[in-house]
Design a protein around this ligand. Structure first.
Ligand SMILES: NC(=O)c1ccc[n+]([C@@H]2O[C@H](COP(=O)([O-])OP(=O)(O)OC[C@H]3O[C@@H](n4cnc5c(N)ncnc54)[C@H](OP(=O)(O)O)[C@@H]3O)[C@@H](O)[C@H]2O)c1
Length: 359
């Protein structure tokens, strides 16, 4: 199989560093361009990151001496040098929109981790096991953008990557109401404890914009395509509270759910055990063998013990039991910078490659 040349935009950041590691030995993708802000442009990757390297694994040697380009000024150069880019930048929303659209219009598809384009109705927001069919909206998007190859595909917010997959195989029981409280790691804010010492022994009950994303995005993932648009699911009501907790990696969610037709506990566990999607069917390189994993132990899943399950690409679930106000409650966990960010985007790109959208 040919290797696709890829760029990483925002390569110096928390998600960008994850991309660097995940793509270092990728069987299908080869990093040939890296970019960040003007602060980093013109430096080698090693110089640009300096003491900000936040991963436990060392920086890939192939990237250490690669020159960082300017994500905005070098759009044309980068677009010509790669087959597509991964993008994870911390910039004002309107600037991210302009940046991603510039790459798409330069015929360079964008696999985005940013939220700026998540609510555009011809831009697919893909969790590969859940809604791979949304890729077909790319045709309509290309028409709007006037491109032949270029398009933008986004992955959803990290907070929803644990509870939406857990609820997904239960949808035919008629999910009516969901309440989810999320307990989110500091890497989700691009931080480590060294760079955010206020988080040691602390909890902050506010993450700007997160509750809106956590309530709205599942409805797009569960939406359907009609007349060149993704129409959100309107039959499920979701409310959330999102808290920042002193955990390095791994977002946990405490979930309550009410159904129209309440299934029994064994049926739910069986649905989770048997669930697999297109990535497993296609045997994509980053696909977990078992996506949803139920733990019978009452004190699991735990962020520190379970976030790395299947390379950080699996979802861990536990504590399923009846509730006095909803039908059931349970707890779930996913790695926010792997499944929830860079890993989820790499899996989405593998899916889009396998289905011919990146040729
Ligand atoms: N962390 C997570 O778990 C997570 C999960 C899902 C989605 N996301 C999303 O992914 C994006 C990046 O998050 P992060 O946590 O990786 O942020 P981060 O660690 O703060 O990194 C931000 C990146 O953006 C670059 N950047 C900043 N200003 C720029 C500019 N004017 N032009 C070009 N590049 C610029 C930075 O480059 P310099 O180093 O040169 O400044 C850096 O590479 C955000 O949209 C975030 O919402 C993050």
């Amino acid at each position: 199989m040919k290797k696709y040349k890829v760029g990483i935009i925002g390569v110096t950041g928390m998600v960008g560093q994850r991309f660097a590691l995940l793509l270092a030995d990728h069987p299908w993708f080869e990093v040939t361009a890296i970019a960040a802000s003007p602060r980093s442009a013109g430096k080698t990757y090693k110089e640009a990151v300096g003491s900000r390297w936040a991963m436990t694994d060392p920086m890939p040697s192939a990237l250490e001496n690669m020159m960082v380009q300017d994500a905005v000024k070098d759009v044309d150069v980068i677009s010509k040098a790669v087959d597509f880019v991964f993008c994870a930048v911390d910039m004002p929303k309107d600037e991210i929109k302009a940046l991603e659209e510039a790459y798409a219009k330069a015929e360079c598809p964008v696999m985005s981790n940013n939220s700026a384009h998540r609510y555009v109705d011809d831009i697919p927001m893909i969790i590969p096991e859940l809604n791979p069919e949304h890729a077909s909206i790319i045709e309509a998007q290309r028409k709007r953008l006037g491109t032949k190859r270029g398009f933008i595909a986004v992955k959803s917010n990290c907070s929803i990557q644990s509870y939406v997959p857990a609820l997904h195989p239960l949808r035919d029981f008629g999910i009516k109401r969901v309440l989810a409280c999320t307990y989110q790691a500091i890497s989700g804010a691009g931080k480590t404890f060294e760079r955010w010492p206020e988080m040691v022994d602390n909890l902050i009950p506010y993450i700007g914009g997160e509750e809106q994303k956590s309530e709205q995005e599942p409805l797009k993932v569960w939406g359907h395509i009609e007349d060149g648009k993704i129409v959100n699911c309107d039959s499920i009501s979701i409310t959330t509270q999102c808290l920042r907790v002193p955990v390095s990696n791994g977002h946990t969610a405490a979930v309550f759910v009410e159904f129209e037709n309440k299934p029994d506990i064994d049926t739910i566990k069986e649905r989770w055990a048997k669930f697999s999607g297109r990535p497993q069917e296609l045997n994509l390189p980053s696909a977990p063998k078992q996506f949803l994993n139920y733990f019978e132990e009452p004190d699991r899943p735990q962020a520190k013990l379970d976030r790395e399950l299947e390379g950080g690409m699996a979802v861990s679930i536990g504590r399923l039991r009846e509730d006095t106000q909803y039908d059931y409650k349970f707890v779930c966990l996913s790695h926010n910078t792997l499944r929830g960010a860079a890993g989820g985007a790499v899996l989405m790109a593998e899916l889009l490659c396998a289905e011919g959208w990146l040729d």
